[in-house]
Design a protein around this ligand. Structure first.
Ligand code: BEZ
Ligand code: FE
Length: 287
């Protein structure tokens, strides 16, 4: 069949429509519709920025480098999503928890699922470097009833601001990570070290690009938590040290007022007591 005149009329004005016209009619949020929206925005961006061919090749090279920098230990694509504010925006769109429940925030690229299961009271600082922090806490539902046997997974940076999977040759494997289960009162406790704020890694393509653009890459001091219990929505969140002066400049927009706590001094170390409030999973909702 000979193509109609419009079908060959690829131009700045028609490019996105020509792409969309090749897709089948579709419902809201279906793959063809999302693809058409993505291409419309991409073509608008290209028309606005007007890259040269060499510049566009740089974009392709950047994306290739992001792929090559991603593996089981490091998720450069997650870092890109986080630093562009995309992860925080997706979270915001989907966060429908009641005000009294613990909010989610960005998971970040340093999570490991294969974390060791530890007895309550264990010390997750395997090299003992840093100021001692004793963390205790409780998992409860919206009525304040304890959630026994909830899984608490924690991970954090060391006192220099590095995660163990960033420094496999310098830190013991699983340093500053642990998996715990709450007791019959919904309580848990463990020992760690006080985290310090850190710069988002800029040794990979994403950090390098943003640094080159002059974007601030600082993250305020925090602990990461994932809390799982059957029948409840999983909480993936951070707890921030309220004394960190950079809470308002977080590179990934992940600080929420409900997640900022005071670390209490005790002797030579610090104490932190937390309450995680879980919401029952909606039927059919992802948990
Ligand atoms: C983190 O908190 O581990 C993190 C999150 C996003 C980007 C970089 C680090
Ligand atoms: Fe972190």
């Amino acid at each position: 069949m000979t193509p109609g005149p419009m079908a060959l009329n690829f131009s700045e004005a028609t490019s996105h429509d020509m792409f969309a016209q090749r897709l089948p009619p579709s419902r809201d949020n279906s793959l063809p519709q999302v693809l058409a929206a993505a291409v419309t925005h991409l073509h608008t961006l290209i028309r606005e920025v007007r890259p040269t061919q060499a510049e566009w090749r740089q974009v392709i090279e950047f994306l290739t480098d992001v792929g090559h920098a991603s593996d089981e230990r490091r998720q450069e694509w997650v870092l890109l999503s986080d630093l562009l504010g995309a992860s925080a925006l997706v979270e915001e769109i989907n966060s429908r928890r009641p005000k009294t429940a613990t909010p989610n925030t960005v998971r970040g690229p340093f999570f490991r699922a294969d974390v060791p299961q530890l007895a309550l009271g264990s010390n997750i600082s395997l090299d003992g470097i840093g100021e001692t922090l004793d963390v205790s806490g409780r998992a409860q539902d919206l009525d304040g009833d304890p959630i026994a046997n909830a899984e608490i997974i924690t991970w954090q940076a060391n006192a220099q601001g590095f995660y163990e999977n960033q420094q496999p040759d310098l830190q013991p494997e699983f340093n500053l990570r642990g998996g715990f289960r709450t007791d019959s009162d919904g309580r848990f406790h463990y020992r760690t070290i006080k985290p310090c704020g850190y710069g988002v890694p800029d040794d990979g393509p994403v950090g390098k690009l943003l640094r080159q653009a002059g974007y601030p890459l600082r993250r305020p001091a925090h602990l990461h938590f994932m809390i799982k219990a059957p029948g409840f929505e999983t909480i993936t969140t951070h707890i921030y040290d309220g004394s960190d002066p950079h809470l308002a400049e977080d590179a990934i927009f992940a600080v929420k007022p409900e997640l900022v706590r005071t670390f209490e001094p005790r002797g030579k170390g610090w104490l932190l007591d937390l309450t995680f409030v879980m919401v029952r999973a909606r039927q059919g909702a992802e948990i």
